[in-house]
Design a protein around this ligand. Structure first.
Ligand code: TRP
Length: 313
């Protein structure tokens, strides 16, 4: 039986934390092998916010390095850059012509920007149609994403259905698969997020991990520090954790030390692997991915251009 197509994109946005790993990356690694998988670095999406060329370049290389380090095998997934397949921006344009301005105005990313009184650039406004193009290009069945991207997959479905109605069946309507429905808590108990400054770095040194774990907020009255436990149960088997916390009631230092070494045990092999992946390795992998992706995208675009009527021969 032919495998189903999985497609996901990641914004190259700098250093990962264990919340990214436990919430999205680890679930992704455990599922992608069952599908015909494509993993795209969404560098043109990043351009809607990042206007620093050396930083963007570095982030692209690092995003791929991160995925390889956590265990994604480039032989089992096509890894490529969005910008390397110009058909994505071409298809995005066509899809933009299928949807209305009020429809795009409902998108969270755009609405959030405007509600903060900021001017959204036109790229941010059209963002959901570029993402729809990414997904629809490859006849995707499943899109594994975080909860925050659910709406964007709905937009892709809507764009597919509008196009299909106008021009006949062309695009598959994809479904999202939410990777980790509960947020990973950070050092202050709120959702772990760069913007809250409550993260534990994924590829940090042992000392950096230790320091971040020691900073986890604990209320001095309780017997069992819930913020420590909430992270710990995602790192190690919960029954083991439960008995550790039971025998060490009130001993915050002991359980924090245990959490720091459990995180270290989890991330050390990945950190090591990451250190051994050179820029040249990443560039070679992206080149291979580009060729595969381009071939499929070009074939799809031949059909799409026929359907909309710009192909004249
Ligand atoms: N917008 C996604 C994010 O910020 C990244 C992305 C771009 C994506 N294209 C995609 C995710 C296609 C899934 C499918 O996380």
């Amino acid at each position: 039986m032919q495998k189903k197509r999985l497609f996901t994109g990641l914004q190259p946005s700098g250093d990962l934390h264990i919340g990214n790993y436990l919430g999205a990356l680890r679930p992704f690694v455990s599922m992608y092998g069952e599908y015909e998988s494509m993993l795209m670095v969404a560098d043109y999406h990043a351009l809607t916010t990042l206007k620093d060329a050396p930083e963007l370049r570095e982030n692209i290389l690092n995003a791929v390095r991160d995925y390889l380090a956590i265990g994604v095998d480039p032989k089992r997934a096509t890894i490529f850059q969005q910008s390397a397949v110009p058909a994505h921006t071409e298809l995005a344009w066509i899809l933009e012509c299928m949807v209305t301005v009020p429809f795009l105005m409902q998108a969270h990313a755009y609405k959030d920007k405007v509600s903060k009184g900021l001017d959204a650039n036109a790229g941010l406004f059209a963002y959901p149609m570029l993402m729809a193009a990414d997904i629809l290009m490859y006849d995707t069945d499943v899109v594994p994403v975080g909860q925050d991207q659910k709406q964007h997959v709905e937009y892709a479905r809507e764009a597919a259905s509008k196009f299909n109605k106008a021009y006949g069946d062309t695009f598959k309507e994809p479904r999202e698969q939410i990777l980790h429905p509960v947020a990973v808590p950070g050092t202050d108990g709120r959702k772990m997020s760069k913007s809250y400054g409550n993260t534990i770095p994924l590829f940090g040194t042992r000392d950096e991990i230790q320091k971040a774990v020691m900073s986890i907020l604990t209320d001095s009255k309780g017997e069992s520090p819930e913020n420590v436990y909430a992270i710990h149960r995602l790192v190690k088997d919960e029954t083991e954790i439960a008995s550790l916390y039971k025998t060490n009631k009130g001993k915050y230092k002991v359980v924090k030390d245990a959490l720091a070494s459990d995180i270290e045990a989890l991330v050390a092999p990945m950190r090591e692997r990451r250190g051994s992946i050179s820029d040249a390795d990443v560039i070679r992998i992206l080149k291979g991915g580009k060729e595969k992706a381009r071939e499929q995208a070009e074939a799809k675009m031949l059909v799409v251009r026929q359907k909309v009527g710009v192909s004249i021969s």
